[in-house]
Design a protein around this ligand. Structure first.
Ligand code: SF4
Ligand code: MSK
Length: 636
């Protein structure tokens, strides 16, 4: 049977025949084997909340309209999507907790492998959180910031909102969320409450469930914001750096180590140790020494801070092994395919899990502890060197496919670039250009790859359409990977695709910032946990104008949303007031009530709503239209 490869990434097209030749199944084969996928599940009408089930509701109304307990389609669909929001919040917030606990230990002087690389950012965070900075040394400030942050996982007073969300949104949005009782007081408690209320025989009101889910999504926002901000303080706030993206960054003459997952705690130390052990790699016979490459969001983390090239994004992570030249793939948490060890076994690649609560059958496990980070990283690099010695040169197949990418546009980096145009008031040039229409609006692309779409295609199609209509583009996560691989994160793309107004602004700012040309067409804001960076920028604009986020010509788009984290992100985006495009069908459409809640009623409550459109051409047009309406409401 011919396998349908659903991707516009030329590296995928080049490597899938290798998989076939080697008898290796990839995500595309498994996707095909799953067809047709379950209609009940796709519509959100399958319930497995208790062991009387699974129960299924007949979407056509001929069969059962209620589960065995009496739950109807609305309850079941609402419970399912609400639980997804909680799982997403748990994922980001665990990541954040891990970073905060590490920072607390750094503050106590207990983690020699780590430091506070950006004390200025730490000071800014402390001020934002209301901590007195005067006369404090960096380590004691780090301890206090981390301890206060961990309070967002501990506070039991329902009337006191989480500190980070309070410190991260415009006053008008906070008032709105307070009035809706949607502000979380404690991340862990909010997630636990969702699990409790969705237990068999509890909350059965779809609106109430959805609102509970939105609070969980806002806990997700809180968790990811603190993860990003503390990571910047510990590892450095990203600034623009030129690098390359796609599978051609793997080098035949180097020992190639891919870092895959999300958490920078280990990958940062691996980058450092790779420098220290480079001579060992050369001595093992690799003339170019060690070559670290990134995959998914750990890839985004090291790309934006160190210019480490990005090998690929989520859906094509298996392709890196199929090059036959990847010596180790180091895994931390989230969005890692459990198929990797099997493919690694077909080659010489060491597939190494590192987190005790994220193991994979068949993978080697190196137990990562921050206290032993340097030893752990050295052990991993030595495993890669040993694997390199087993590499079969006759099986190397690295497609020469890569594109230049200028990455690392944190909110601070964007403001710094604007400050080169107006040092007194950096936001003013951006506001002026939004007002005069050179920039019509701002779109944030977030989210994953999904086998239900053609990989990367929707991102690239929608972005080109928005850019031609003078919309400023920001991207994170695997969306950022799609743009970097597709050549849309460089100056040539600005020349090729930006409308005249947008091109003039990107060129003026890029020239002023010393880039010898325009800013890239799509600004890379980091990994999927870094979506908060775009909110930081939007909040600064809203506060400056004394407006709410929902008043601004801002949209979000998740053309290939897949993970529970993406469900949570899209939901908080709606709760922050943004029209939020989904390019994949949310698994709720079996309930008209829940569908209406998400696509219509949400707008009455929050100002934001889900805009579902699977055709990228049409989605682009719709987003342009939404931005036009937002501008008109502002009298622009
Ligand atoms: Fe069925 Fe109700 Fe149990 Fe869900 S909770 S599986 S609908 S009996
Ligand atoms: S890795 S959550 S597939 S962005 Fe952040 Fe990519 Fe989505 Fe995972």
């Amino acid at each position: 049977m011919e396998i349908k490869v659903k991707s516009v990434d030329p590296a995928v097209a080049a490597l899938c025949p290798v998989a076939e030749r080697e008898g290796v199944a990839t995500v595309f084969d498994r996707n095909q084997a799953q067809q047709p996928q379950c209609g009940f599940g796709s519509l959100g009408l399958c319930c497995r909340v208790c062991w009387k089930g699974p129960c299924r509701i007949d979407p056509f109304g001929d069969g059962p309209s209620e589960g065995i307990c009496g739950a109807n389609r609305d309850t079941i669909a609402a419970r399912n999507v609400t639980r997804m929001m909680a799982a997403g919040a748990a994922g980001h917030s665990e990541h954040g907790r891990h970073i905060a606990l590490a920072m607390q230990k750094v503050g106590k002087g207990e983690l020699p492998a780590y430091s506070i690389r950006d004390p200025k950012k730490l000071q800014a965070i402390a001020t934002r959180l209301g901590i007195e900075t005067q006369g404090q040394d960096t380590l004691s400030l780090a301890y206090q910031v981390a301890t206060l942050t961990l309070g967002d996982y501990q506070n039991q007073d329902h009337d006191v909102a989480c500190r980070w969300i309070e410190a991260s949104l415009p006053a008008k949005r906070l008032d709105k969320l307070k009035s809706l009782h949607a502000l979380p007081h404690n991340i862990d408690a909010t997630v636990a409450q969702i699990m409790a209320r969705t237990h068999i025989g509890c909350d059965a009101d779809p609106t109430n469930l959805f609102l509970g889910g939105v609070k969980g999504a806002l806990a997700d926002f809180n968790g990811m914001t603190l993860a990003t901000e503390l990571s910047d303080a510990m590892f450095g706030t990203p600034a623009p750096v030129v690098t390359e993206a796609n599978i051609g960054v793997i080098k035949a003459d180097a020992i190639n180590i891919a870092v895959n997952g999300h958490n920078p705690l280990l990958s940062e130390v691996i980058c450092e140790m790779a420098d220290e052990l480079n001579q060992d790699a050369i001595a093992a016979g690799a003339p170019l020494g060690i070559n670290i490459v990134g995959i998914c969001c750990t890839g985004n983390e090291v790309m934006m801070r160190h210019g480490v090239p990005l090998a690929t994004n989520y859906l094509s992570q298996e392709m890196a092994i199929l090059t036959g030249a990847l010596d180790a793939m180091v895994l931390d948490v989230q969005c890692i395919m459990p198929s990797l060890p099997q493919i690694g076994d077909c080659f010489h690649t060491e597939v190494i899990t590192t987190m005790g609560d994220n193991k994979i059958q068949g993978a080697r496990h190196v137990s990562f502890k921050e206290e032993h980070a340097r030893e752990n990283a050295a052990q991993i690099i030595r495993l890669a060197i040993d694997a390199y010695r087993r590499r079969d040169p006759n099986r190397i197949n690295i497609p020469d496919i890569k594109r230049t990418a200028v990455v690392g546009f944190s909110a601070e980096a964007v403001v710094d670039a604007l400050a080169k145009v107006n040092s007194e008031d950096p936001l003013q040039p951006l506001l002026d250009n939004i007002t005069n229409g050179n920039i019509q609006g701002i779109a944030l692309f977030a989210g994953c790859n999904n086998t239900q779409s053609v990989q990367d295609n929707s991102y690239q199609t929608i972005a080109k359409k928005l850019a031609a209509n003078n919309v400023l583009l920001l991207a994170t996560g695997c969306g950022a990977g799609a743009f970097a691989k597709g050549g849309l994160m460089n100056q040539q793309a600005t020349e090729a695709y930006a409308g005249d107004g947008l091109k003039a602004v990107l060129t003026a700012v890029g020239e002023a910032a010393g880039l010898n040309g325009p800013l890239p067409l799509v600004l890379h804001m980091g990994s999927c946990v870094d979506n908060s960076r775009a909110v930081t920028l939007a909040t600064a604009l809203a506060e400056r104008l004394n407006l709410d986020l929902t008043d601004l010509p801002l949209v979000a788009s998740a053309p290939e949303a897949m993970s529970e984290k993406a469900v949570a992100i899209a939901s908080w985006s709606v709760a922050l007031g943004l029209p939020t495009h989904l390019g994949t069908m949310p698994q709720v459409t079996g309930s008209q009530v829940v569908t209406d809640l998400m696509t219509k009623d949400a707008e009455q409550l929050f100002g934001g709503y889900f805009l579902v459109e699977t055709d990228p051409e049409v989605a682009g047009d719709k987003l342009v239209e939404v931005i036009r309406r937002k501008r008109a409401a502002l009298g622009l």
